[in-house]
Each structure stands twice: as structure tokens, then as C-alpha cells.
Write a protein that binds this ligand. Sequence first.
Ligand code: FMN
Length: 584
Amino acid sequence: MKLINRIIALTLVMTFNIIAQVKHYEVRELYLIVIGILGLLIINLIVNIVKYKKDFITIGISTISIIGIISIYLFPILGEIYVKNVIAFFYLSLLLIALLPQLFNQEPFTIEISKGGYPESVTKTEQFLNINILIAYLWALIFLMALVLTIIPYSSDKLLNTILSTALPIIPQVTIGIFAAVRLPKYLMGRVKAKPYKFESIEDMFMAMPYGLNKSEAKGVDTLVQFCLMGKEKVEGYFTIKDQICTYTKGKHKNPVTKIISDSKLWLDISNGDISGDEEYLKGNYQVEGDMSILLTFGKLFAPPSSTIKEKKIKKNKREVFEYKKFEPKKIKNIVIFDGGPRNNKFSKTTFMTDNFTKGAIEAGANVEYIKLSKMDIKNCSGCYNCWTKTPGECIYKDDMTELRRKYREADLVVFSSPLYIFNVTGTMKTFMDRLLPIMKPYMLSDKYGNTLHPDRFPELGEQGFLVFSSGGFPEVEHNFDGLKAMYHGWNSHSENAHLMGEFYLTASEIIVQPVYSKRRELISEACQKAGKQVVEDGYISQELMDVPSKLNITKEIFKSQADMFWSTMDGKKAYLSSVPRIK
Ligand SMILES: Cc1cc2nc3c(=O)[nH]c(=O)nc-3n(C[C@H](O)[C@H](O)[C@H](O)COP(=O)(O)O)c2cc1C
């Protein structure tokens, strides 16, 4: 019926236009016909307003025409202009219809037309509204073009002029207009900013999700997520996400990448952002089978591009380019690892890295000795300098350090492995480093950079490399590992024969044992193994491998909320090590 209203209005306007084209301003003398058209337009408009209230298309077309026709008798100057430009006024009414509703907080005129191609759950979202506002503005531009093309004088020949001014305005409408109607909404879905929408049911949400896939977040994602939801709404269905396209299929897939089993109300609340998915998962309120890493990104994949400010990007200083030592291939045969952490390899994230490094190095043919410093008898340096004076190279303490110093100096490659404790190595590691003093002589040397250093007591043993492995609970390297780094860079620049070959800093270390981080763990273990192999086979370690442990696959905001939530579940309740998953 609404459509019939519109067609009647359009037909009346076009009929009047034809008469006006033939009779020109003399049209005003055809009282019966003009008043008849005017009367029908008014009746049609009243019927439309009473029945449909806000059908802006009929209201717009009719109102402008009614004013134009009335002015023929009441305001002759305006009336004459109208009679000469009926089509131009028609496009003016369309321009206003396209432009005004959204400016007055009404739905844009396109929404009604585009609603047809989408489920109701999509058409209710803010994203859908915002897309339609954009499309309405595009239509306003098209109608403006049509208006201009209508009033341009093309030729002195009246007939030719009429044909051109009628035909040309149609071109932008059928070209740009069809593109706007058919291609644009699909393209803009998942790209236009909007606030997340709260769904009332799982069914609504699942139907809408394929349309709401956030295209930029979905780049490179190739997965299949099966949902088995129980409770109020029993739903079995799966989402396939590939090539930035998401499809939803009802039923069970034989081979899902991830399977989520949950109560439907719980999943709806999580998806609507009313409760925390991480917290519910940790409480065991829903289960995830298969690849859990999707949980870290699932929310982002279906959140509309946010209009809120993204995580502040800290201006980073240019990364200092450090030249790590490279030796000739196969020079490194004997490696010794000094582990300064208190935890064993079931819990230590630093040892997790060095264990993997060891695997790679052994595979490449090196001998690797692992020494847990906390199990050794190592006294604190007394500062007596007897190792530099009375008994050169010998410490006053006859503890395990005598043997450890020998092992240190004889290795082709030394690995310093220490957790990050208060922005530096552990006390155990520091004590060990202090007690290495006897391997230097007290005299002063200057290197080519002007650094002052002590000569090597055993230059005949030649050059050796060293590596640093450390893990910190905070998510950043900058201003966190600075102290530890400075110490080992100092060791590098102030040693005659010990050269830094690489550094591995694992950030946000404690959470990597959680199942959702299995992918990150895998990448780290792979990188460390490759580094072990590379340093033995090629004599150096590539920067890309060193960078892997400090790469976070989540934002700091997500890290913070997960960490806080995790610690709150432990606070005053549980012993840490007996409650967290082991790394090995
Ligand atoms: C005494 C202490 C001090 C710590 N200080 C820091 C620190 O300054 N920065 C940091 O990122 N993490 C810090 N942490 C967290 C540890 O670095 C983190 O738990 C790391 O995984 C420990 O290494 P591990 O797993 O090899 O034992 C500290 C932990 C402890 C127990």
C-alpha cells in the first residue's frame, strides 16, 4: 500500500509535468485538471500520513508539488518558476528526502529499502543505521547531480533540450545509485564504526554475526568454530571464517577447529559484554575444545570497528641497532647454561626458553651443560680483591665457583638465564656474576670505542659468545628489562673476549601457561629451538628469532584485565604454583 501511495504521487507529479511542458504557464487556465491533480495529491498525502506517518518519500514528493501547484494561483512568480522546472523541483524534493531525516534523528530514507536484504537482527544494529546514513548522503549527492543536470540549458532546440534534461539526470541514478544500493551495504558491513549491539537472543546474534564480521580484524583468519549451546536456547551451529567472510551453518561440523560448549544465556551475556568471558572460562563455566587461541580474538572479530579511541600508542624511540657478535659457522661446540632462577623447569618460563634452545643446539651437534646456580654453593663476593692481588685468579672462597669459573671461561658460548626480579637478574645470578671477577686482571684497557675494561686473565682460551634469556611478568620490554639489559650490555662492552650474541626477553610471562596461549608458547619454543640450532650451525642468531618471546598477541588492555581477574581468583585463597598449569 505504501508503494501504491508513492506511485500515485509520482504519477500525479509526472502527469502535471507533461501538461506543463505542453501548455507552459497557460496550465493555470486548466482549472479542472490542475485542481484535480492538486486535490488527488493532497488526498494521497493525507492517506499516507495517517497510515504510515513517516513515509518521507511520499511526503517529500507530494509537499513540494502541492506548494508548487498552489503557488501558480497564489504566488504567480514562484508558480511560473515551478511550472518551468517541475522535474528540477521533483529532484529537489528527493534531495531533501535524502538529506534531512538523519539530520533530525530520523531513520534515513534508504533503511526501509535495504532492510529487505538482511535479517531483522542486523537491521536493528547501529552499524546498519550508520551504513544507511552514509548511503543516504550518497543519494543526496546523486539527486543534487540530477537536479543540476535537469536545469542546465543544453540546446536552443526546445525538444532536444527537453530530451537531454530528462534523460541525462537518470544516468547518475542508474550507475552510482545501483552501486550504492547493491554493493555498498555489503562492503560497508563490518567496516563502519558503531557501538557494539546487545542482542536479545542467541538466534538473533548468530544470524547477525556473518554480517558483522570486522573485516580488518578478520584479515588472515581461517577457522571453524562450533557452538554447542544448552539451556534456554538449545543451539548447535558453526561459523566458518575465511578470506574475511563469515558464514553460519546450523548443525554439527565433523572437524571444528574450536568447539565451545556453554549455557546459551551465559554465552549471550558474554557476547553482549555484560560479563567477562575470561573470568567465566577460568571459573569453568563454559568449556572450549581444540584451538583456544580463537578466544583471544573472537570478541574483536565481531565487534564493529569502534568509535572509541584505541589503546594509546606510545611513541616508540627508534630501536637501537645493536650489533650482535657473529662467529664463523660451527665454531660453537661447547655451551654452558647458568640458570639463576629459583624455579624448576616445570614452572620457570626462562628455563622453558633455554630448554628449547638446548634442544636445537644439541640437534645441531653441540655439547650443552646446564647448571642450576641455586643448587650450587656460591658465597657472596667479599670485595677483598685478593683474586687480583695476593692470589691472582683465585678467590678466597673455595666453593663451587672455582669449578664454575673454569666452566664459564672454557665454554664457546655461555648462556645467562635469569628471571626478571625487580628489573634485574635474581640475586643468585648477580652473586654468580660478581664472583666471575677473578677471570679478569685488575689492569685497565681501552677498547676501540673508548670503553675502559679489565684484561682477560685467560686470553689463550680465545673469544667466546654469550646469550641472555629472561622472563618478566609485565607485558613490556621497555623500562622493565632495562636494568638487566644494561648489566649484560656492560658485560659485553667491558669484557675483552666475551661477546653478546643475542637476547631473549619473554614478556607477560606468567600467563603463557594458560591454554589460550598455546599458540604463543609454540612460537616461543620454536624460535628458541631454531636459535639453538642457528647459533651452532651458522655462528649467529637472527633478530627475528630474538623478537618472538617479547611479541604479545593481545593488547595491554586485555592483558591487564586478564591478569587482574586471574590474581583476584587467587587472592587470599590459593598457593600459586599448585594452582597454575605447568609449562612442562
Ligand atoms: C621478587 C620478584 C620480582 C619480580 N620483578 C619483576 C619485574 O621487575 N618486572 C617484571 O616484569 N616481572 C617481575 N617479576 C615477575 C617474574 O619476572 C615472572 O614471574 C617470571 O616469569 C619469573 O621467571 P621464571 O618463570 O623463569 O621463574 C618478579 C617476580 C618476583 C618473584
